[in-house]
Design a protein around this ligand. Structure first.
Ligand code: PHE
Length: 341
């Protein structure tokens, strides 16, 4: 039995030494020291040894147990240290690696055009006004001289929230809001950029798009002021050679009304595919503020006059940058967006 103990000791020491993982070590611990382990079994069979040998064997067996316990413990510590070191090596940050570049974004082409529009009109002494995108029927239609059964409403089919509340179909309601706010003080000289909504969806129409409204009210404002202002705008935006053309049109909230064209920026007016051989491109609607509109907003149409216009921002961006499909603006495709540095 003493021989067996010695064998067990040599074997166990060698095995413990050779172990390379905590799991294996645990298995070994069970194998030698566990309840059904080899050393335990040997101690159990102590009864079969000659009585005079028993105390020696018992003592040796207990010494071996302690010895193995200590060996396992110290091996465990070694393995744990190794594990920690491995993990540390793996997670270590290499401060000498080059950093990941932070990609800088840039302005959306529509924002760029919007900024240009604002700059031009701020330079002319206009102020910027804003209105809500969810608008009442009153501001969107009624106050703009478009009562409930007015046929002009058909051209601006919208998204209704309630019968009296809709997503605004144009920025013109801001005309009313701006005048109401400031009446009867003169002059009113505002632009109102913002989002508008219509039930439209194709290559040149999006259900959400941007407009910029303009409104000037003062004593002695004439159609010539409207024309001069818009010509200046066209030249600032599209180049000093620009011409504009005013065509008679109809809007319930302006009288007289005019559609404004710029000379085609592709062919310079000679006629091409972009301008359908007309030499002209439509960019906005305009006119002299209708007396009814002045009246409901707190101004006396007998003593003041005004002009107003509304332009489509996408339309201007498409013309200026030669973009064929309006939906590019809203598809968030970086290949498109990165072209406008
Ligand atoms: N609100 C008109 C539209 O959306 C444009 C416009 C604005 C016309 C101001 C005249 C005056 O079509």
């Amino acid at each position: 039995m003493l021989n067996r103990l010695k064998e067990l000791e040599d074997e166990a020491r060698e095995k413990i030494e050779g172990v390379s993982s905590l799991d294996e070590l645990k298995t070994l611990k069970v194998r030698y020291l566990g309840k059904k382990g080899e050393l335990t079994a040997l101690l159990r069979s102590l009864g079969s040894a000659p009585p005079e040998e028993r105390p020696v064997i018992g003592k040796k067996a207990n010494e071996l147990r302690e010895l193995l316990e200590r060996a396992i413990e110290s091996k465990e510590q070694t393995l744990r240290d190794l594990q920690k070191k491995d993990k540390w090596e793996k997670d270590r940050i290499d401060v000498t690696l080059p950093g990941r570049p932070v990609e800088l974004g840039q302005k959306h082409p529509l924002t760029m055009i919007n900024d240009e529009i604002k700059d031009i009109f701020l330079g002319l002494g206009f102020q910027i006004a804003y209105g809500p995108e969810i608008e009442t029927d009153y501001y969107n239609f009624e106050a703009l001289n478009m009562p409930e059964d007015h046929p002009a409403r058909d051209m601006q089919d919208s998204y209704y929230i309630t019968p009296q509340l809709l997503l605004r179909t144009h920025t013109s309601p801001v005309q009313i809001r701006a005048m109401e706010k400031q009446a009867p003080k003169l002059p009113v000289r505002i632009i109102a950029p913002g989002k508008v909504y219509r039930r439209d969806d194709d290559a040149t129409h999006s259900p959400m798009f941007h407009q910029c409204e303009g409104l000037v009210v003062d004593t002695d404002i004439t159609f010539a002021d409207l024309k001069g202002t818009l010509l200046l705008f066209a030249r600032e935006m599209f180049g000093p050679e620009q011409k504009i053309r005013l065509r008679p049109s109809y809007f319930p909230f302006t009288e007289p009304s005019a559609e404004v064209d710029i000379s085609c920026i592709m062919c310079g007016g000679l006629g091409c595919r972009v301008c359908s051989s007309t030499g002209w491109l439509e960019i906005l609607g305009s006119g002299m503020v209708h007396p009814n509109v002045l009246e409901v907003s707190g101004y006396d149409p007998r003593s003041v006059t005004g002009f107003a216009f509304g332009m489509g921002v996408e339309r201007i961006a498409m013309l200026k940058y030669g973009i064929g499909d309006l939906r590019h603006f809203f598809s968030n495709d970086l290949r498109f967006l990165k072209q406008f540095n």
